[in-house]
Design a protein around this ligand. Structure first.
Ligand code: GLU
Length: 547
């Protein structure tokens, strides 16, 4: 046994399993040509950021579009960040957005799939087995520097051991002899495991990113930590082992990992692994309202950064997913135009179609997409979705909707079911109560022009005299038109041009009077339908309003 092998035995006497045995437990996946294996590897923090969800969504589509596999791996090694219930929150969000995994661990701890456990805190033994092998090969070393000594002490020590030139970050413990290690161990000291970097700080490397293409960067020259003194691996070591054993073929992760990719690649090499293919997806940006500058979308400033926001505001799942598709591939917009009725899942894209430019989150654009999504719903579907949303986020409203479903279905059907051009005005369920406020209460604000008030009062008084809910939209309009003519309202705009001083308005104008009296607004869906929904008594009450 050489010294390194002896150190490995000293550090890990209890580890007897070999890495070969581990590989035998994780056989290579049998993939067909073109099939990819992707994963989503969130840390359970209790919050899902849109950037993380974007990765999940890209990974999901890449797998589905190649008939491949996507698995979910919970990266819960950072105990400090652990939050009660975080895993459940994460699963709920993914499930509500329809992101289904082929392999994962259920909330009660059952692994679905042959490459588990799919939760990193349950894989600690595996990380140690690989660490032991690397120690024996002299590629990594135990580090006994104590955090309590403060970083300055370590830096000082490093200076005395290496002629420090700021190019590399070698650790003071990198060349301890077997005897020195033994003394520390006999002292009962805990140790971290660090990579013994092969580089000096002068080297540069090139690597390939599936979205950004070739990237050239400074090679890693830091003895970074692979296992902390509590035996827990930070991200680098854990993901290298897990993605290799679990057979990931494409790892989609955030752009913030590009800078540590050289370190990750050195680690893959030390482990003797073939590097996985990385796809660093661009971060979603926003225009800062105060500065007008482009910046990263952030959970502190932007409610849209938190995926719960979309549920709270009642955006349909498809609106969010279609907007993400739009951000990741600009040809989606055209596809949607040409295929207005197909589900978004029919839009196929590959890795080469993903934009390399950081996409901009634009609320107006998002709402437009959502209006289109909602315009494709039938009235019945819309009410169902609105009601389901209200049950969770506005219980009093849910009760009202539930009590009078027939009325509210009619409300949701207006200018929608069977309409040649359905209205595109609703973008989420939260806005619907305000949007349809006239269906709940009489208006309090009336959009009537000052100069129209007398005419409106006069006309409405006459209109009320024989008022009955009309039989049809046509009948309603004909009645209004006849009355308008009788009262001397012009039916022809040309008259206005001839004698503007005596002009009282045309039929459209008197329709506006009725509309404002009933809804408070100059713009509304079909009045006839609204009258039907309100019923005769309520309609009459509103028509008797005096401006
Ligand atoms: N747990 C890491 C994160 O949430 C995963 C990164 C990756 O996908 O490799 O950022």
């Amino acid at each position: 046994m050489n010294d390194n092998q002896k150190i490995a035995e000293l550090l890990y006497p209890q580890i007897t399993t070999t890495t070969e045995e581990i590989f035998a437990r994780y056989p290579k996946r049998n993939l067909k040509d073109g099939q990819v294996v992707t994963r989503f590897a969130p840390s359970p923090t209790g919050l899902m950021h849109i950037g993380n969800f974007f990765q999940a969504f890209i990974s999901y589509n890449l797998a589905k579009n190649t008939d491949g596999i996507i698995f979910l791996r919970i990266e819960d090694t950072d105990q400090k960040r652990k939050i009660e219930n975080a895993q459940k929150i994460l699963y709920d969000i993914l499930d509500r957005f329809g992101i289904k995994f082929d392999e994962y661990q259920t909330l009660d701890g059952k692994d679905i799939g042959a490459y588990g456990p799919y939760v990193q805190s349950q894989r600690q033994e595996i990380y140690k087995i690989f660490a032991k092998k690397l120690v024996a090969e002299g590629k990594v070393f135990p580090c006994f520097c104590k955090k309590t000594e403060g970083k300055e002490d370590v830096l000082e020590l490093r200076k005395t051991k290496f002629d420090e030139d700021d190019e590399k970050e070698y650790d003071p413990c990198r060349n301890l002899s077997f005897e020195e290690v033994k003394r520390h161990i006999d002292n009962g000291e805990s140790f971290a495991i660090r990579l013994k970097t092969k580089n000096t700080g002068k080297e540069r490397i090139k690597f390939y990113d599936l979205i950004k293409g070739e990237i050239e960067a400074k090679a890693n020259a830091k003895d970074f930590v692979l296992l902390k003194s509590d035996g827990i691996p930070p991200y680098a070591f854990a993901h290298a082992i897990d993605d290799t054993l679990m057979g990931t073929t494409i790892a989609v992760r955030g752009e913030e990992y590009i800078s540590s990719t050289p370190a990750h690649l050195e680690l893959f090499e030390a482990l003797g692994f073939k590097p996985i293919k990385y796809c660093h997806n661009p971060l979603i940006c926003k225009i800062d309202e105060e500065t007008g500058n482009r910046r990263k979308i952030s959970k502190r400033h932007d409610p849209e950064a938190n995926m719960m926001y979309y549920f709270e505001m009642g955006y349909p799942v498809s609106s969010v997913l279609e907007y993400l598709l739009n951000m990741l591939n600009s040809s989606f917009e055209n596809w949607r135009k040409n295929n207005p009725d197909l589900p978004w899942q029919d839009f196929k894209f590959g890795i080469n179609d993903i934009t390399a430019v950081a996409p901009l989150f634009d609320n107006l654009k998002f709402n437009d997409i959502s209006k289109n999504v909602i315009s494709r719903m039938s009235g019945e579907e819309l009410l169902e979705n609105w009601l389901n949303w209200a049950k969770e986020y506005d219980k009093p409203l849910a009760e009202i909707l539930n009590k009078d479903k027939v009325k509210f279905i009619k409300l949701c059907q207006m200018d929608r079911d069977g309409a040649v051009k359905p209205r595109k005005d609703i973008y989420n369920y939260y806005m619907m109560k305000e949007y349809f406020s006239y269906a709940f209460v009489s208006p309090t604000i009336y959009e009537i022009d000052e100069c129209d008030k007398n005419n409106a009062n006069e006309f409405l008084q006459e209109y009320l005299k024989n008022f009955k809910i009309p039989e049809s939209n046509e009948q309603w309009f004909n009645d209004v038109k006849a009355l308008a003519e009788k009262l001397g309202y012009a039916t022809d705009n040309k008259l206005y041009k001839k004698s503007p001083e005596s002009f009282k308005g045309n039929t459209a104008k008197v329709c506006e009077f009725i509309r404002v009296a009933i809804t408070g607004r100059k713009n509304s869906p079909t009045l006839f339908a609204i009258m039907e929904i309100l019923g005769e008594e309520e309609t009459k009450k509103r028509l008797s309003h005096k401006f």
